[in-house]
Design a protein. Structure first.
Length: 76
């Protein structure tokens, strides 16, 4: 599945991606996949447990909205 208006692939998390989340929130929604290259191939992440806690807190603190964060496993 290629990147689209409401789908973004990122290899790792950076706080600057909060702008993508803000854009999704102000449009029709969207999904930001962390741990995938620009073609959607899984490259993985090392700190998934920490990101599952950090990302929702950063979004809440920056924008005052609640986002769903899920951990997907390759092949599952």
């Amino acid at each position: 599945m290629p990147e689209q208006q409401n789908i973004e692939w990122k290899e790792s998390w950076r706080d600057e991606y909060l702008k993508w989340i803000c854009g999704f929130a102000n449009a029709q929604g969207g999904k930001l996949y962390i741990g995938c290259d620009d073609n959607g191939n899984v490259v993985g992440i090392n700190n998934s447990k920490k990101l599952l806690e950090d990302i929702p807190n950063k979004v809440r603190d920056a924008m005052g909205i609640i986002v769903g964060v899920n951990l997907l496993t390759e092949g599952g």
